[in-house]
Design a protein around this ligand. Structure first.
Ligand SMILES: [Mn+2]
Length: 387
């Protein structure tokens, strides 16, 4: 079956340009962003497959090998959580699912900068790696697409996942995609759609499409067309992998219950929060911040907002690898305004940001008192922000 797209396709000259640049490379490093997720790794693996077809040697650089079935296929990979970067200068690098240096650590930034050729495929509109970024922010007419000149940095923020852009690249190049690659891209796409609340897991833990998705016909089309290409058994495997809540053990279930028990609200009732102190025993027993705990906390936040009319925003405070963190969801798009209010009134040094409906912040400290004090200031800020 042929996959066709009604979303921005990649025009022929752009696709051929990227293919030519890759064909000319001596060696390609495919770079995933920091805390690599399914989308970035899926794109990297799909490109690696293309490079094998082009007879090019390549490797993937990532810090997360717990993504979908990567361990079964981990040849030609640098795992930054265990290894360091090569000391040799890279020839060609391809950044996938990011175009901003804020998405990688300092050593990776240096590595990218020392490459002979830097290429990029992304769907985030905050690129700062190159001045020469083609940024598409909405759906263009076929004529407009056709008239775009090729660039090294192809960024289409109208796409809801980078996996959908890689799929379009293959489509334009008329490449026959094997099932395995379709499955990877479906996995990357589904996970990003879930993060953007285009898709949710219901009580029986099966994915359901949300109103947001239904109102975005283009994204819906791409998702449906690719979904139809995936064998039911494989779709199940992918959903089972992505939906961490479907496979919680007893300890994880206890943690999930505890979040609801420990939830507090500000006096105005509009801001709910849970503080997991830095020295929390249960947290560390579960392995701290990982796919499971982060899935449980994310689900907790959206459930609380769904079930409590009066609560506007909900935050969880917890320790991660770099220090102490807040992750927050808001149903009335108050995240950025709340952070700005706290910066203006209580903590000008607050490092926090994200989107209007979900975001986060970090303090680079592991000190119990410093972290709790930081959290208390944010809560005090929420008290005066929501009046
Ligand atoms: Mn993505």
């Amino acid at each position: 079956m042929n996959i066709s797209f009604s979303a921005n396709p990649i025009n022929k000259s752009q696709a051929l340009y990227l293919q030519k640049k890759l064909s000319k490379a001596n060696f390609v490093d495919i770079i995933c962003h920091n805390s690599s997720d399914e989308d970035t790794v899926a794109c990297a693996r799909a490109l690696k497959w293309l490079l094998i077809k082009l007879n090019k040697e390549s490797r993937i650089i990532t810090d997360n090998i717990d993504t979908f079935e990567l361990k079964k296929d981990s040849k030609g990979l640098i795992d930054l959580s265990k290894e360091s970067l090569p000391t040799t200068k890279p020839d060609t690098v391809v950044c996938v699912d990011f175009s901003s240096f804020t998405r990688v650590k300092e050593d990776v930034k240096k590595y990218i900068n020392s490459a002979k050729t830097i290429l990029c495929i992304d769907h985030h509109c905050d690129g700062d790696i190159s001045d020469n970024i083609r940024e598409i922010n909405n759906c263009l007419t076929p004529e407009e697409i056709e008239n775009l000149s090729p660039v090294d940095f192809y960024v289409d923020s109208s796409a809801k996942s980078c996996s959908s852009i890689v799929l379009k690249l293959f489509q334009t190049l008329k490449i026959n995609i094997p099932n395995k690659i379709k499955e990877l891209l479906f996995c990357g796409m589904t996970d990003d759609l879930r993060k953007n609340e285009y898709l949710k897991y219901n009580e029986t833990l099966t994915p359901v499409l949300t109103e947001k998705m239904m109102n975005d016909k283009i994204t819906l089309n791409i998702y449906k067309e690719l979904e139809n290409e995936i064998l039911p058994k494989r779709k199940n495997d992918i959903i089972k992998h992505l939906n961490v809540l479907a496979s919680l053990n007893q300890d994880e279930k206890k943690f999930q219950e505890r979040l609801f028990k420990d939830m507090k609200t500000t006096k105005n009732g509009k801001f709910a929060y849970v503080i997991i102190p830095p020295n929390d025993e249960q947290w560390h027993k579960l392995g701290g911040d990982n796919a499971k705990t982060s899935g449980i906390m994310g689900n907790f936040r959206t459930t609380v907002l769904d079930k409590n009319k009066y609560i506007d925003s909900i935050a969880v405070f917890y320790q991660d690898k770099n220090g102490y963190r807040i992750s927050i969801h808001s149903k009335n798009n108050n995240v950025i305004n709340l952070f700005n209010h706290i910066k203006e009134t209580l903590n000008p040094d607050l490092q926090a940001g994200g989107h209007e409906d979900r975001g986060g912040g970090t303090i680079l400290s592991f000190d119990q008192d410093v972290c709790i004090d930081w959290a208390k200031k944010i809560i005090a800020g929420a008290e005066t922000f929501f009046l």
